[in-house]
Design a protein around this ligand. Structure first.
Ligand SMILES: NC(=O)c1ccc[n+]([C@@H]2O[C@H](COP(=O)([O-])OP(=O)(O)OC[C@H]3O[C@@H](n4cnc5c(N)ncnc54)[C@H](O)[C@@H]3O)[C@@H](O)[C@H]2O)c1
Length: 443
C-alpha cells in the first residue's frame, strides 16, 4: 500500500513511519519542519529512543521510506493517510487544533478518491466530527474517503519496542470496509512478518485487534491515559500520607500489589506525570465534559493532585535548605527515563521554581537538554562535574546512571549531606550507610 504519515518527523509520526515501512508498505513521511526532515534523510534521529538509529539507517539504506516536506504530493499519491500531527493544549487550556486544521486544508486540496484517513493523533470525537463534516463538503464519505481512528499507545523511552510489540491495535471505524482495509494493512505486524535490522526485538506474541466505532476508539485512548494518570496521582497521595503516619510506601505498594485486582505496575511515587500526553488528555476530557455539560470532577482532581506534587517537592527542598545563595544540582531533565523529551517535565518546572526562589541550579541529563536565560542556571555534560561544589542534589528522572551513582564520591562532592531522591531509585539503607541524609517520597 502507498502510505503517507503526516507529521512524520514527530515522536509518533517517525516511529510509525519507520515501523510501517518495515511491514512492506511504500511510506512517505511528511512534515512541515524542514530541518527535521533533512536530518532524518541524512540518518540523524531527531529524538532519542533506544533502537531508533539502527532502524532509521536500515529504512534509509534499503529505501523503505522517503522523508519529505511535500505533503500535497504525498496526499495525492496515497491509498492510506496517517495523521500524527500534534494536538497540544493552548494557553487557555483548550485543545489547539491548528495543526489538524492545516492538514485538513491539505487533504481538501489534494486528496484523490478513494483514500482512507487514519487518525493517530489523540483527538476528541468532536474534532473528528469536524474533520468529517469539512471533508464531506467537498468529497463523499464512504465513496471518496473514510475516516478511521487508530490511537497510538507507545511509551516514550520504549517506543520502537512498543511499535513492534503492541498490547493491542485499536481500529475505530464506521464501516467493515475500513476495518478490513486496516486489518490488511497491519497483517505483516500481526503475522510477525517484518523486515527489521538486527537488534530489534520481535516477541512471539498474539496481538489483539479491537474493532470498534470512532468514538469508542478515541475513548479507549483517553480512558487509558486518564487511568494511568489516576494511578500516578493516587500513589503520590498515598505516599504523602505514608510520610505522616510512619509507613514505608515501598512496603505499602508491595502489599497492595499482591492483590491481582490492584497490581503494582505504574504505581511508583515520583514528581508527578509529565510529558506530552497525560495532562493534555485529561484537560481534553474535562473540555469534552464541559461540551456535553458533564462535570468532570474526577479528572479535575487527578490534575490538581498532580500540580500539587511539584509544590510538595519544592517544599521539601526549602524546608531542608532554607538559606540564600545555595546551589542545587538537579539530576534528570527528561520527563521520564529513556527519552530526551522535556515537554511538561516536572524537572523543568522544579528548576524554574528553584531559580525563582533564588537558588543557583546546575543540571545533568544523559540525553535531554534544557536552556534558561537565567544566569544562575547551567547544564553540564558530566554527572560528577555537575555535582562538584553543589550544596545538594535532587534526582528527578529515573535514569539507570543515577541508580548506580557512587555515593562516596557524591558525599565528597556536595557540601551538605542531603540527597533528595524524588524517584525512590536509591536504597535509603545504602545512602544513610555512606553517611548521607536521604530524603525520598513516602517514608
Ligand atoms: N508522544 C507520545 O508519547 C504520544 C503517544 C501517543 C499519542 N500521542 C499523540 O500523537 C500526536 C502527536 O504527538 P507527538 O508527540 O508525536 O507530537 P510532535 O509535536 O512530536 O509531532 C508532531 C509533528 O507534526 C508536524 N506538523 C505540524 N503541523 C504539520 C502539518 N500541517 N503538516 C505536516 N506536519 C506537521 C510537526 O512539525 C511535528 O514534527 C498527539 O496527538 C499526541 O497526543 C503522542
Amino acid at each position: 500500500m502507498k502510505v503517507s504519515i503526516i507529521g512524520g518527523a514527530g515522536y509518533v509520526g517517525l516511529i510509525t513511519g519507520l515501523g510501517v515501512s518495515t511491514m512492506g508498505h511504500q511510506v512517505t513521511a511528511t512534515d512541515i519542519d524542514k530541518d527535521k526532515i533533512d536530518l532524518l534523510r541524512n540518518g540523524h534521529p531527531t529524538i532519542f529512543e533506544e533502537g531508533l538509529k539502527p532502524l532509521l539507517d536500515y529504512c534509509n539504506n534499503n529505501k523503505l521510506i522517503e522523508f519529505s516536506t511535500d505533503t500535497d504530493l504525498a496526499i495525492k499519491n496515497s491509498d492510506l493517510i496517517i495523521i500524527s500531527v500534534g494536538t497540544p493544549i493552548d494557553k487557555n487550556g483548550n485543545i489547539d487544533l491548528s495543526q489538524v486544521k492545516a492538514v485538513l486544508n491539505d487533504l481538501i486540496n489534494n486528496m484523490s478518491p478513494f483514500t482512507l484517513i487514519v487518525i493517530k493523533s489523540t483527538l476528541p470525537i468532536t474534532a473528528v466530527n469536524m474533520l468529517k463534516e469539512e471533508l464531506g463538503k467537498v468529497f463523499k464519505e464512504g465513496i471518496d474517503f473514510e475516516i478511521a481512528s487508530n490511537p497510538e499507545f507507545l511509551r516514550e523511552g520504549r517506543a520502537v519496542y512498543d511499535f513492534f510489540n503492541p498490547d493491542r491495535i485499536v481500529l475505530g471505524a464506521n464501516t467493515t470496509k475500513s476495518w478490513d482495509f486496516l486489518a490488511n494493512f497491519y497483517s505483516p505486524l500481526i503475522e510477525r512478518n517484518l523486515s527489521v535490522p538486527d537488534g530489534i526485538l520481535i516477541e512471539k506474541k498474539v496481538i489483539d485487534f479491537v474493532f470498534t466505532n470512532l468514538p469508542a476508539a478515541q475513548m479507549i485512548k483517553y480512558g487509558s491515559n486518564a487511568f494511568l494518570a489516576n494511578k500516578v496521582s493516587f500513589i503520590n497521595e498515598i505516599a504523602q500520607i505514608c510520610e505522616s503516619v510512619g509507613a514505608d510506601i515501598k512496603d505499602v505498594i508491595n502489599g497492595m500489589g499482591l492483590d491481582p485486582r490492584i497490581g503494582s505496575n505504574y504505581m511508583q511515587p515520583g514528581p508527578g506525570f509529565g510529558g506530552p500526553c497525560l495532562e493534555k488528555d485529561l484537560e481534553a476530557l474535562v473540555e469534552l465534559g464541559n461540551f456535553f455539560e458533564l462535570e468532570s470532577t474526577f479528572m479535575k482532581a487527578i490534575l490538581e493532585r498532580n500540580e500539587r506534587q511539584i509544590d510538595l517537592i519544592r517544599d521539601k527542598v526549602v524546608k531542608e535548605l532554607d538559606y540564600p545563595n545555595l546551589t542545587i544540582t538537579v539530576l534528570g531533565l527528561a520527563f521520564k527515563a529513556g527519552t530526551d523529551d522535556i515537554r511538561n517535565s516536572a524537572s523543568i518546572k522544579l528548576i524554574n521554581m528553584l531559580l525563582q526562589d533564588g537558588y543557583s541550579v546546575k543540571s545533568y541529563d544523559p540525553v535531554a537538554k534544557f536552556e534558561s536565560e537565567n544566569d544562575k542556571y547551567s547544564q553540564l555534560d558530566d554527572m560528577y562535574l555537575a555535582l562538584e561544589s553543589a550544596d545538594s542534589v535532587i534526582i528527578m528522572t529515573e535514569w539507570e546512571e543515577f541508580k548506580s551513582i557512587d555515593l562516596h564520591k557524591l558525599k565528597d562532592l556536595i557540601k551538605s549531606n542531603t540527597i533528595f531522591d524524588m524517584r525512590n531509585i536509591l536504597s535509603r539503607f545504602e545512602v544513610e550507610g555512606s553517611g548521607l541524609n536521604y530524603i525520598g517520597l513516602g517514608s
